[in-house]
Design a protein around this ligand. Structure first.
Ligand code: NAP
Length: 291
């Protein structure tokens, strides 16, 4: 299978790169941002029209909430216009398309796990752009998979530490940490996402899927506490008592609004017999062994 992967320098794209580069069944093409710049529709159209692939994985996006707030035009071009062109070209070439989205398409006003069929209603420019990208992709390509993920952890470059890595490194350094305790989502291992994508593609699935691990919704505080407990049980020497809960309303470093209750359940994968995602604790334990 010839796979063209965007965003291979990112947290999620990096997981596809590391796992599929060694896979004999996959011939992986990973254009750099210089070769394929998603902010330039003409470049996207000409590059992809000439490329030869069976599957396009779009793990590239403008992911910073404050970056989207400051530059909504860039968010529109990268998160909406480029995925639309990708979906159109995949339709023309009869290639499969997997596009990534986010739990931030939900308003997060109601507690409870979010299913694929639940109404979206993003509260910030990032979420609005990602929802518009989902709709553009699905309108252009009936066979596309829109995979929503949340709070990703896994191996990544030092410039892109996940919450798990950040909390763990600071706990090992003995630092006191103030973590938000009243905003909730579902931690998810990038390597599990790569595995589920393969299953979905092989099954010929299409439409929106929630790709997340199992468990109860976590706050950044409870997630941090749990990671420290798991790591301590594995022999890490760290300061797990110095996590301090803080309310979202009491922090002043965010300029853009954050949705509160966005934990998702992978309902379709379970109902359709694709996979029953494991608890995020088990996935995090595997990741801690790899660190
Ligand atoms: N991380 C999470 O917890 C999380 C949560 C929910 C949803 N998601 C979704 O998951 C997907 C992957 O997220 P991620 O965390 O892996 O993102 P990330 O670490 O921020 O990486 C983003 C990737 O997109 C590339 N990119 C950005 N602008 C580009 C452009 N104009 N042209 C070409 N490439 C460009 C970046 O390239 P450079 O290295 O050159 O900047 C990088 O490879 C996204 O769709 C995101 O919305 C992630």
């Amino acid at each position: 299978m010839r796979v063209l992967l965007t965003g291979s320098t990112g947290r999620l794209g990096g997981a596809f790169l590391s796992l599929w580069a060694e896979d004999n069944e996959v011939d992986l093409i990973t254009p750099s941002r210089q070769e394929l710049n998603l902010s330039d529709q003409d470049n996207v159209r000409s590059f992809l029209s000439q490329a030869d692939f069976d599957l396009l994985i779009n793990a590239a996006a403008v992911t910073g909430l404050e970056q989207c707030l400051d530059d909504p035009d860039l968010a529109q071009r990268v998160n909406v216009d480029a995925p639309r062109v990708m979906a159109e070209i995949c339709e023309d070439k009869s290639a499969r398309f997997v596009h990534f989205s986010t739990d931030y398409v939900f308003s997060g006003e109601q507690s409870g796990m979010k299913m694929e069929a639940d109404a979206a209603g993003a509260v910030n420019i990032y979420g609005v752009s990602k929802r518009a990208g989902e709709l553009a992709v699905l309108a252009a390509n009936d066979d596309a998979i829109v995979a929503r993920v949340s709070w990703l952890f896994g191996p990544s470059s030092e410039q892109r530490p996940s919450h798990l890595d950040h909390v763990l490194d600071r706990a090992v350094a003995g630092e006191q940490q103030h973590l938000i305790c009243d905003k909730f989502s579902m931690p998810t291992f990038t390597h599990d996402v790569v595995h589920w994508v393969r299953l979905l593609v092989d099954a010929g699935s299409s439409g929106i899927y929630h790709l997340c691990n199992g468990g109860e919704p976590e706050s950044w505080y409870s997630y941090g506490q749990e990671v420290c407990k798991l790591a301590a049980a594995m022999g890490y020497v760290l300061n797990e008592d110095d996590l301090v809960p803080v309310a979202l309303a009491d922090v002043d470093f965010f300029r853009e609004k954050r949705p509160i209750h966005t934990a998702m359940t992978p309902a379709r994968m379970i109902q359709e017999g694709i996979a029953v995602p494991r608890h995020w604790h088990d996935a995090a334990t595997d990741y801690l062994k790899m660190r």
